[in-house]
Design a protein around this ligand. Structure first.
Ligand SMILES: C[S@@+](CC[C@H](N)C(=O)[O-])C[C@H]1O[C@@H](n2cnc3c(N)ncnc32)[C@H](O)[C@@H]1O
Length: 280
């Protein structure tokens, strides 16, 4: 890997997408729990990849079940120059945003776009849309409104090129989290950052894609956690500080972290919310 792990934040590649539940702010609290030595790094809910970009592991496997997201990682890896060229065409304008957003409404036409064009659209919508959210409706259509940014950096060329370099040795898969069991072996480090179990019935932001991550998904993930533990992997798992999660992982070590999150509909009101980090 060409990047040393002690580079300053200005020179180190960083997430190229803003992603709900991003772990960037929690890294100072998580740092002491990252294993010092491990073989491969495996992250099956990669999202924006804050932990991955912090660690810059030499040998790694990343995956997610969001096809638009995984297409972005693959295009950044394989054709960053084509992507940069395409991103430079976009404009931060409301009508233009809704035109680009509407491209997925015609499934046939959308399927005809190249992977570079699809990734360019996804990154543009992420940088220009409200709060960098990724949200699709029941038909699978992207439905985040135009955002209120001053001057969004739609094409951060320098960072995209650095990320592309970093991804050269990374294996990238599209699929549900169970896929990690196809690879994980003794002494691998597996970081699991699923959609959180909701703290209340109204706090239902569990849907990053059409299929939501419900109670039964959390239980399936717990089965995967136990299997990884049997294989003697180093595991870290993030989740909400909720009775359900605390009970489920009762036999493992649970650490409490504090995160700044929007606590109600007014995004200016941010409070400190407890979260858990579970270790084996
Ligand atoms: C909390 S986010 C991860 C955030 C990430 N750690 C970051 O720093 O940006 C959860 C991710 O899980 C993905 N996801 C949801 N259900 C999944 C599933 N069944 N299998 C794999 N990934 C899933 C979502 O697409 C989303 O990217």
């Amino acid at each position: 890997m060409i990047f040393a792990k002690n580079l300053t934040p200005h020179t180190q590649p960083h997430p190229f997408l803003k992603w709900a539940g991003g772990k960037r702010q929690l890294i100072p609290q998580m740092n002491i729990f990252f294993p010092k030595n491990y073989n491969r790094y495996i992250e099956p809910f990669i999202g924006g990849g804050a932990v991955f970009f912090h660690l810059l592991p030499d040998d790694s496997i990343i995956s997610d079940n969001n096809p638009d997201l995984i297409n972005c990682y693959r295009v950044v890896k394989q054709d960053v120059e084509g992507l940069i060229k395409s991103l430079k065409i976009h404009k931060y304008e409301k009508d233009y945003y809704y035109e680009i957003r509407a491209l997925d409404r015609d499934r046939k036409k959308y399927a005809e776009l190249s992977d570079v064009e699809k990734a360019s659209r996804s990154i543009y919508l992420n940088k220009s849309g409200y709060n960098g959210l990724y949200r699709v409706n029941s038909k699978g259509f992207f439905n985040v409104p135009f955002g209120r940014h001053k001057n969004p950096n739609i094409c951060d060329e320098e960072n995209l090129r650095k990320v592309s370099q970093v991804l050269k040795n990374v294996k990238i898969y599209l699929g549900s989290f169970e896929i990690c069991l196809d690879f994980a072996e003794k002494n691998d480090f597996v970081y699991l950052d699923p959609p959180y179990y909701p703290l209340s019935d109204t706090a239902l932001f569990t849907s990053y894609t059409k299929k939501s991550f419900d109670r039964s998904s959390q239980i399936k993930l717990f089965e995967v956690f136990k299997e990884l533990n049997n294989r003697e992997c180093n595991i870290l798992l993030s989740n909400s500080y909720s009775d359900f999660i605390l009970d489920l992982y009762n036999d493992f070590k649970i650490v409490t972290l504090k995160a700044k999150r929007n606590i109600n509909s007014n995004s200016k009101k941010r409070g400190l919310i407890k979260e858990v980090l579970i270790l084996n």
